[in-house]
Design a protein around this ligand. Structure first.
Ligand SMILES: [Ca+2]
Ligand SMILES: [Ca+2]
Ligand SMILES: [Ca+2]
Ligand SMILES: [Ca+2]
Length: 129
């Protein structure tokens, strides 16, 4: 026994497609056609302070504890450059300036060049036994 249903399960008038404008607003969080008040070339949506041309895009900076030019993991959002902070987080050891991605790997049981491998190219693996 089968019943043929011609009506959909829910009325189609409940389904209201988003307009393009609504979607743009949802995706960007801001209608970004707003004029750049301080004329620093950054529109109001992305400008930290659209009344101050000195302040522009929001930056994500990472603390560089050992001052080797490479930051460590936790970034923070800021509108201005900060002393002791850099724009990358590629330092694998932010307490030792000799360890960073441009360092030369040496046979010292540390990952000098931050590639995730300790003493690669050092010949015999001395770990274990
Ligand atoms: Ca560092
Ligand atoms: Ca370092
Ligand atoms: Ca290494
Ligand atoms: Ca090493």
């Amino acid at each position: 026994m089968h019943t043929h249903r011609s009506a959909p399960l829910w009325p189609s008038r409940l389904y209201r497609p988003l307009t393009l404008a609504t979607m743009t607003l949802v995706l960007t969080g801001c209608p970004c056609n707003i004029r750049d008040a301080d004329e620093d070339g950054i529109d109001q949506c992305q400008d930290c302070d659209d009344d101050n041309a000195e302040l522009g895009l929001e930056l994500t900076l990472y603390a560089d504890g050992d001052a080797d030019g490479y930051g460590a993991e936790e970034g923070k959002k800021t509108c201005e450059d900060l002393d002791g902070w850099v724009d990358n987080n590629s330092d694998c050891n932010d307490r030792a300036a000799e360890f960073h991605p441009d360092a030369v790997e040496t046979c010292n049981n540390f990952d000098d060049n931050c590639d995730g491998e300790i003493d690669e190219g050092c010949g015999a693996d001395t770990s274990g036994s």
